[in-house]
Design a binder for this molecule. Structure first.
Ligand code: APR
Length: 341
């Protein structure tokens, strides 16, 4: 997950089932007896196994607007925070403040337990009947306010179970970002993964052309293997990857070829709002779903988003200007660890 300096940059809206998320904490929409129930709470108890209910029943219940923490039991999440949202009675019974309190106190408790990633469902928006549009504004507003003064939590996933919830969350996030319009959130599924000799950013080649023949492979996942047919006739391929270890984004960087700060989009630095890497590598062979490649400049484990054939005549232009690079390109290329972990 990528963070950006804005207070909403660590918030990610995802669709699907919260029980499957590998995060430090998932929050459930519980009742005040913490006795399990339907909706998201039922799904979480089913996935966590009976140990969760047993632990819950020893907690002495929980007031509306408050939260309690248990282990994750059989869930991929380490902890479950049980938040008791308000039942919607029309808005005159402090429902908004109680809902806000669920989000705030969940994050406070998550921080106390050392969490860095937290996932929320739309608390109170199912059986408890809270209108989703207002609930989404409260949820995003409360989370964004919290993140503005907290550096520990790196990712907050707002989980939308259904299109209506998703659209309400997206609009709320767009408003919080000040963009007004609904923000487009793009999700990609990796089609494969890079295996390379490089396990740390330090020492990983900066460009394929500086990779000195370093070899690696791309393992394409079975669902996508069919798409590899006819690729073997190409000597070079373009790999578009998610630079998964790039955790900060900046809009000005000092590129490794220069000593002056330059606009991010005039560089290929990895610290981008969407850290997508582009590498042109030599394709040595394809065996089933495994591509052997040369001049790999990517970390081991880098998720691959797309593969395209490199075609010189498509990508080569005779009238190319290279901006600030023109003045500095004769300098010695130096090692660069400013993006290292
Ligand atoms: N993953 C993510 N979200 C889910 C999932 C899931 N697996 N299942 C349901 N949801 C969504 C619902 O679509 C809704 O938007 O969670 C949101 C909250 O709905 P409820 O689970 O009904 O929670 P709530 O409205 O707060 O009611 C709480 O329901 O079962 C009980 O014990 C619980 O009594 C309490 C009440």
């Amino acid at each position: 997950m990528i963070s950006s300096p804005s207070k909403t940059g660590n918030i990610c809206i995802v669709s699907g089932d919260i029980t499957t998320l590998e995060v430090d904490v998932i929050v459930t929409a519980a009742n005040s007896d913490l006795a399990g129930g339907g909706g998201v709470d039922g799904a979480i108890h089913d996935a966590a196994g009976p140990g969760l209910l047993e632990e819950c029943l020893g907690l002495g219940g929980c007031e509306t607007g408050s939260v309690k923490l248990t282990g994750g039991h059989d869930l991929p999440a380490k902890f479950v925070i049980h938040a008791v949202g308000p039942v919607w009675h029309g808005g005159g019974q402090n429902e908004e403040a109680l809902l806000a309190s669920c989000y705030r106190r969940s994050l406070e408790l998550a921080v106390e337990r050392g969490a860095r990633s937290v996932a929320f469902p739309a608390i109170s928006c199912g059986i408890y009947g809270f209108p989703i549009v207002r609930a989404a504004e409260i949820a995003i507003g409360e989370v964004a306010t919290f993140l503005a003064t907290n550096n520990q939590i790196e990712s907050v996933f707002m989980v939308a179970f259904g299109a209506e919830t998703r659209s309400a969350l997206e609009s709320a996030l767009a408003s919080a970002n000040g963009t007004g319009d609904a923000q487009l959130i793009v999700e990609y599924r990796p089609i494969g993964v890079v295996h390379s000799p490089f396990t740390q950013m330090k020492g990983t080649p900066i460009q394929p052309s500086r990779a000195d023949g370093a070899r690696g492979t791309v393992e394409v996942f079975p669902d996508f293997t069919e798409g590899l047919s006819d690729l073997d006739g190409f000597s070079h391929i373009i790999l578009l990857c998610h630079l998964h270890r790039s955790t900060k984004s900046r809009l000005k960087v000092v590129p490794y070829l220069d000593t002056e700060p330059r606009g991010l989009f005039a560089t290929r630095a990895p610290c981008r709002p969407n850290p997508i890497g582009l590498s042109v590598v030599r394709l040595l062979a394809i065996e089933d779903n495994v591509l052997s490649i040369e001049n790999v400049d990517l970390l081991d484990g880098t998720p691959v988003l797309d593969i395209k054939p490199f075609v010189g005549e498509f990508d080569d232009h005779s009238d190319v200007r290279i901006g600030w690079l023109d003045a500095v390109r004769k300098r010695r290329w130096r090692a660069d660890d400013r993006f290292s972990d």
